[in-house]
Ligand binder design. Sequence first.
Ligand code: CA
Length: 89
Amino acid sequence: MAIKPWEFVADMNSDGVFTMSDIVEILIQLFFLPGDSLLFLILNYLPKVTELLEFSYDDYHGMFAGIVSFIVWVFLIPIIVNVIKLFKP
Ligand SMILES: [Ca+2]
């Protein structure tokens, strides 16, 4: 069974209340989304790469996912900002 790295709900820490902690958790999930998604694809569709790089489901939110996410966001944020500027009057 494939374990998905992402789950977006209002009560992220499952304490029954929506608080600042949940917002922090949501932001962390958003940051790691690109890297965790790539890791998800590798874990589920590239078993040889998974074996070679010794990946496991414990690597969600880890060093690999963090580096990939950082690189993606560094390139994606300027693109998003410029797209928003295109639609401003
Ligand atoms: Ca909560």
